[in-house]
Design a protein around this ligand. Structure first.
Ligand code: ATP
Length: 366
């Protein structure tokens, strides 16, 4: 059986533990050795007790835990070849030449670069006497399977990323909770939600919470939005609605590219309509708590598929990312998906929203 290393990198998200657990157990089930690498790339560079062989019971009782119990970190050293050389040495000495990388686009880009450099790194380590000829021969190719953990659902090629559904639950719970008190006092409340440059969380949260208005980065509001918003709120009040909900994505902008914040909206509603308006910024609450059933299942399926992809790899197989397509788990080109994601980020920066929305569709990868 192969030897696999699994790690979580970049920002954490709920469901990462379920993915690690599935990788460990599927690996063991298929006769592989599985190591967990702590603190992402930092643990790979530091080696030692950061790289630990895992057991079946070692990942027991982790599926329901939020965040990542094997730790995640941003690692400067891994951005330099020197750091990646150290990381390669630590992996090879454990016999690891298969990696499951659970992270965002940055982490996956790093993994792909590592794969491209692998042969050169190994030769250098061998010449420096850091690894033996046998070690080098046994780990000649580096196989990579990526899994996207992110609450933003901002990665191209997969319908859902691990953590998004749970974050949505957190938002909805908060809206429901605030809604009851706001309704008692006929208040308007404005909630800012995460998502960076992606409006997915805000949009679906608005749909699921009967919000009156939503601001997302992909659809900058045109001039006159103030009248439109106030008109809508007033219309709802006039027909007896006691509560107004407005959702603002953290990257929301107007058609001039000016950011729209929850406080801007509050000021407007207070000044023009005189409604008692409150702002709630959920922040890291959205990343917290136990993963939803959906995220546990998604992560379990993706983790199992990642291992199967690595077991199937022979020779120098291109890196894959595990994706959800409809209700199917699929393997896609890691670099294809990363490139598309970067293209979307660029299009967002240049305010080419149609290009961005089209590119985000999953049809491209079929
Ligand atoms: P998130 O979406 O939460 O930001 P991410 O994976 O995109 O997750 P990054 O901070 O971009 O987060 O990347 C995590 C780590 O991956 C970095 O700290 C670095 O160690 C490694 N990494 C990212 N980009 C590269 C790269 N181009 N080359 C080498 N390593 C990289």
């Amino acid at each position: 059986g192969q030897t696999i290393g699994v790690f979580t990198s970049g920002g954490d998200s709920q469901g990462m533990n379920a993915a690690v657990r599935a990788v460990v157990r599927m690996g063991l089930y298929l006769g592989c050795k599985v190591y967990t690498i702590k603190e992402g790339y930092q643990g790979m560079v530091d080696g030692g007790d950061h790289i630990v062989e895992s057991t079946w019971s070692g990942v027991s009782g982790t599926i329901e835990k939020g965040g990542t119990i094997i730790g995640s970190a941003r690692c400067k050293a891994f951005r330099e070849r020197e750091g990646r050389l150290k990381a390669a040495g630590n992996l090879v000495r454990c016999g690891i030449n298969n990696l499951v990388c659970i992270g965002g686009d940055g982490s996956l880009t790093g993994a792909n670069l590592f794969k491209q450099e692998w042969k050169g790194l190994l030769s250098e380590l061998y010449e420096a006497g850091e690894i033996s000829e046998t070690e080098m021969q046994q780990t000649m190719y580096l196989n990579i399977a990526g899994i996207v953990g992110s609450i933003d659902n901002d990665f191209c090629g997969t319908d859902m990323t691990i953590g998004t559904d749970t974050a949505l639950h957190r938002i909805i719970e908060a809206v429901d909770a605030i809604g009851t008190t706001a309704s008692s006092h006929q208040r308007c409340f404005v909630m800012e939600v995460m998502g960076r440059h992606c409006g997915y969380l805000a949009l679906v949260a608005a749909m699921a919470s009967e919000a009156d208005f939503v601001f997302i980065p992909e659809n900058p509001v045109a001039s006159g939005w103030q009248e439109q918003l106030c008109g809508k709120l007033k219309q709802e009040r006039d027909i007896g609605q006691r509560l107004n909900i407005i959702i603002v994505a953290e990257g929301a902008i107007d058609s001039h590219g000016q950011p729209i914040t929850a406080n801007d909206v509050k000021k407007l509603v207070t000044e023009r309509l005189g409604y008692d308006t409150r702002v709630t910024v959920l922040g890291h609450v959205q990343r917290g708590g136990n993963p939803s059933a959906f995220d546990r299942l998604l992560a379990s399926r993706m983790g199992a598929e990642a291992v199967m992809a690595l077991v199937d790899a022979s020779g120098d197989t291109p890196a894959v990312v595990i994706a959800l397509d409809g209700n199917q788990i699929k393997r896609r080109s890691l670099m294809g998906c990363v490139k598309r994601t970067l293209y979307v980020q660029e299009a967002m920066k240049n305010k080419e929203f149609e290009k961005c929305i089209e590119a985000r569709g999953r049809s491209f990868a079929k």
